[in-house]
Design a protein around this ligand. Structure first.
Ligand code: BGC
Length: 746
């Protein structure tokens, strides 16, 4: 009798799954959980654990679309032992895998396909650090939207992005993947990316994943995967808020990080994965491990074997196991031994099924497997136009003495010199996904296309990025001598930043500075165009070269974007999302540091400073020039005392005083002068990007209220404290106007 009842329920549920394929999806949480629970009630323990297992089709971020399903994977799918793949791509191929899942398994549960779409799928956009330099969240949202459009057309449901790790150490290669050093700016960018990827979860959207939870960017020595250890206060005030911003923006997944923090690896950290994420923040989505991060708890010395590692992780709240196979191999046994309760497994399965329902995969498992849409979308004009727009706005003008830029259109001969001048392979950046260098417009090509036949473009490579040979110098010098102006294209190889790509130096690699010095001797005007995934120490350039443009890795439209900026068709408006140190010895150096009891003073020996360096960085956070100039005046606060219920309107007049129309990022910083714990010298609390025509002025307003002034106080409560505050408004974190107000409390 019991058996027939079970079969009846099975038939009803499956027909329910099938029936709703053609229905409009009801996305209400209640209805989703009813459906989730109806599926869960039919699942065996093994099938449940299968949903928690994610495996990769190789390390698939090269331009390879897999075309056959290995038998091992086919069997795993059929047996219901896999819930997700990463690195399986293509409308057709993911369709084949999905077919096995929904046609050849007992419960027909669809697979979810994840992929690292970090700065583009096939159309490469600027690396995230570059996009953050736009200080334009709506632009970053647009970028994520288009990345999702392409990826979803190619069978991808889920991206392991945004990377929201705050990074104060540019040696750490993954600084390139995030939004820089600031918690506020980072949080704005993160929320924008989540909105852009997930949208309204139509077939053009993909699920986002905020990573790496948490503290990963605080790696000691800037060495990837390294130990992290800072106070709970710093953790909560600096490193956690971007994750909270992602959760508030509705991110559906979170990735646990590789690192330990305070002695506990994230993949086994219940405080992080359950207490903060679920109980404090009410996160409803699921948590995926990083690649084998469950297994790596053995190396951390936190688990004796893979079975125990899996038990620690699932009990801590880690739902899906990426690649360590701990869950699929041992979890059934652990449940039988009562080391893990089946309720804990059920909860993880519910979270994963919920996301599959949200994506509409139960209703139409082939929603993302439309070959025609894939062909139409990939590299379409619409996506490429968006990439160009984002690329131009990611560029930061670091120096422009004598107004060499924008370039006049009457040069007869321009020499384009340097290892990155004709490079197409580097512009696709550190996470190129399906990006292909054959799609890239190099700087050389971009300039040639731009000037057409009116100006002769000469080219010489000079040296390789990390060369130790000067054999190409003579040709470069000759080329420079033969020209009226040199555009020197220098920087890093794309593989010098990104995962496991940390550097102990921040100078230009190889002999590039030496090459620049030789070109400098020719006396020709020089514009340096930098391409890199991290802040660089470029003191000699700052002292000697008239114009410097920071272009990061801009993606496939790099050459066009750079040409348009060099010739002034687009007036650069980017600002640094991260401090550029004078030397690696200053690291960590960030604008929102504490004062110390002996603030740095070069004239006073016993103060906090270096004997051999100025107190300041090379370029401060928020810094970036324009071809025009802006003047700030009349910083005004409408009131100077507020209670916790009021707010202050801060206004400032900004005037375009130069010769070009342009955009400016007006930045608002606040300093809490005295607290129950020490407070940073400045904290970004707002910014607005405005457009001003030549000669035009505008009054820009910000609002500050008590909630903007909260921090983790001495009692570990997140709150504000009455007292005096300074307000700074300006063009970067250093050049500011100043005023003050008092917070009176309740
Ligand atoms: C990285 C993650 C990435 C994952 C999957 C890991 O090595 O740390 O950021 O999402 O691989 O490719």
């Amino acid at each position: 009798m019991k058996k027939y009842f079970f079969i009846l329920i099975l038939i009803l549920t499956i027909s329910n799954i099938g029936f709703v394929y053609s229905q409009k999806i009801d996305l209400s949480e209640k209805r989703i959980f009813e459906r989730v629970d109806s599926v869960l009630s039919l699942m065996t323990l093994e099938e449940k654990i299968g949903q928690l297992n994610q495996l990769s089709f190789g390390i698939g971020w090269g331009p390879t679309v897999k075309s056959n399903v290995p038998n091992e994977f086919r069997d795993l799918i059929r047996e219901g032992k896999i819930g997700s793949f990463l690195n399986a791509l293509g409308a057709k191929f993911t369709g084949e895998l999905q077919k096995i899942a929904v046609q050849e398994t007992r419960l027909k549960i669809p697979l979810i396909f994840g992929y690292d779409v970090i700065h583009g799928f096939r159309t490469t956009f600027p690396v995230p650090l570059g996009e953050a330099a736009s200080w334009q969240p709506e632009l970053v949202e647009l970028s994520a939207h288009y990345q999702a459009l392409e990826a979803s057309a190619a069978g991808v449901h889920w991206t392991f992005s945004p990377m929201v790790d705050i990074a104060r150490d540019p040696r750490w290669g993954r600084i390139m993947e995030g939004s820089g050093e600031d918690t506020y700016l980072g949080s704005q960018m993160v929320a924008a990316r989540v909105r852009g990827y997930q949208g309204n979860l139509s077939e053009n959207n993909i699920i986002a994943c905020a990573k790496h939870y948490a503290g990963y960017g605080g790696a000691e020595g800037g060495r990837d995967y390294n130990t992290v250890d800072f106070s709970e206060r710093t953790f909560r005030d600096v490193y956690l808020p971007p994750f909270k911003a992602a959760v508030d923006a509705g991110v559906e997944t979170i990735m646990a990080s590789f690192n330990e923090i305070g002695g506990i690896p994230s993949s086994g950290n219940k405080y992080l994965l359950t207490d903060i994420l679920r109980n404090e923040w009410k996160f409803k989505g699921f948590v995926v491990s990083d690649w084998n991060s469950i297994g790596e708890m053995i190396n951390h010395g936190f688990a004796s074997n893979l079975k125990q590692a899996g038990e620690i992780s699932i009990n801590a709240g880690l739902d899906m196991d990426m690649e360590s196979r701990a869950y699929i191999t041992y979890l059934t046994e652990s449940v039988r031994e009562r080391k893990v309760s089946e309720d804990v497994v059920n909860e993880s399965v519910r979270r994963i099924l919920r996301v599959k329902f949200l994506l509409g995969l139960f209703d139409d498992p082939f929603k993302y497997c439309n070959k025609e849409r894939e062909e139409k979308t990939i590299l379409s004009k619409e996506v490429k136009d968006a990439a160009l727009e984002v690329a131009k706005k990611s560029i930061v003008l670091l120096k422009n003495e004598g107004n060499l830029l924008p370039l006049k259109k009457d040069y007869n001969k321009i020499a384009v010199i340097g290892p990155l001048a004709n490079s197409t392979s580097n512009q696709t950046g550190g996470w190129e996904a399906m990006g292909d260098s054959s799609d890239v417009v190099s700087i050389l090509e971009g300039l040639q296309n731009y000037v057409k036949s009116e100006t002769e473009i000469l080219y010489s490579k000079g040296c390789n990025i990390d060369d130790q040979s000067t054999s190409g110098f003579n040709d470069a010098i000759k080329t420079a001598n033969n020209s009226d102006l040199v555009i020197l294209c220098l920087g890093e190889d794309k593989n010098m930043s990104g995962e496991a790509s940390c550097r102990s130096a921040l100078d230009l690699p190889g002999l590039q500075e030496q090459l620049a010095k030789e070109i400098f001797k020719t006396g020709k005007p020089i514009v340096v165009v930098l391409m890199n995934g991290r802040p660089l120490s470029i003191n000699w350039f700052n002292e000697n070269v008239p114009s410097i443009l920071e272009t990061w890795f801009l993606g496939i439209t790099a050459g066009d974007a750079i040409a348009e900026v060099l010739f002034g068709d687009y007036n650069p408006s980017g600002k640094l999302p991260v401090t550029f140190p004078r030397t690696v010895g200053q690291v960590p150096i960030y604008y929102n540091h504490k004062n110390t009891g002996r603030p740095g003073d070069l004239k006073n020996h016993y103060t906090s400073k270096y004997l051999d360096l100025p107190l300041t960085p090379l370029y401060p956070f928020g810094y970036g020039l324009s071809y025009t100039t802006f003047k700030y005046d009349n910083l005004n606060l409408n009131i100077n005392k507020i209670t916790n219920k009021d707010s202050i309107v801060v206004s400032v007049d900004v005037k375009n005083t130069g010769n070009y129309d342009g955009e400016e990022v007006v930045q608002l910083y606040v300093q809490d002068l005295v607290g129950s714990v020490t407070r940073p010298v400045k904290e970004l609390k707002g910014f607005k990007k405005i457009y001003l025509k030549k000669g035009e002025d505008k009054t820009v307003e910000f609002t500050i209220s008590e909630t903007d002034l909260r921090f983790t106080a001495a009692d570990m409560k997140f709150k504000s404290e009455p007292g005096m505050f300074k307000v700074y408004v300006g063009t970067n974190s250093t050049d500011v106007l100043e005023s003050q107000f008092e917070l009176l409390g309740d």
